[in-house]
Design a protein around this ligand. Sequence first.
Ligand SMILES: [Zn+2]
Length: 350
Amino acid sequence: MNMENLISKKMRIFAERNDWMIRDSYIYGKEQGHLFTGIDGKGIKSFITPVPGILRDQTDELMQLLEKNSSTMRLEGYDITDGFLCIRIKDSTSLKTDDIEFILALLSGILSDLSIVTANRCQECGELGADKETYMYDLFCYMHDDCATKFDENEKGVETADDVNSDDTDNSDVSDPEAEAEEGGALDRNNRQVSTLRKVLFTLAGALIGSIPWLIMPYIMDMVNGLLNSAGSPDWVLNLVRSLITCICAYLISYFAIVGYKLSGAGINKSGRWMIGIISIAFIIIVQFAYLAVLILKEPSVKLTFGNYMTNLVKYNFYRDMLIGAGIGTVFALIAVLPFFDSSKGKTSK
Ligand SMILES: [Zn+2]
């Protein structure tokens, strides 16, 4: 039986060159005091290192630094789950053993820079002074002798009931992004298990709900017009208010798209932001067309027919309003999404 066949040549060479241990489909090793578990996957090489007792601030900074370095480190993703940091490296023929070494050295450096002390920190109780190198769910970590014994006993006790636990996301906290954020790792735990389809559907639903204010804007404007006219406001005030409401409506689409995305249980990462941005802008464009339909519907004397629609669109230059609306909308969609794009800037330069 040759277990080494379970891992790729690249991982085996990496393990051998760095004195890592090969066990089944996993490789285990130590870099600057940090214990690592390497898992070979199709197109992805995952490296998992314990970060027990990591503080909320450290988690935030770590996530920002990983985001900032994600192209250097060829990261497909990263998260902290149950006190373990997992980075997923995109595998391709261009990924050499040297690159893996470089990436792990960089990661170890980042952990040291953030004063995340993981050497001899117990995975079970989070305290220092754990000198036993052991495994928790096949992941390499430190534990106190006592804690390891306690952990093993607990595991034996719940083993039968726990079989489905690994792929059973606790739905009770999925619906509350705030509570997850408090837990730090919980948000990331879900991220890995939330399917792309679910994320897309939730984001679409959010954007759809967020589009409602813009679609009923003709009615809102009627009310606003009435109010402002009775107060004798000049035209420019009306135009200003109108622009302001347009901006708010545009912002709400991407805002609700973000809310929808988060409600799917996923944590926001780079691809998530792209998804939210693209869906928001798509909705903003669709809303421009729907908006004209609403305007026509609102007018009792005009029937909503294709002919009428096109007449308004082309002859009465409504397409100009649509372009302006889409322009404003895109800007605000990006403003809503951009804080996340930008989150790694400023703080991370050393
Ligand atoms: Zn302990």
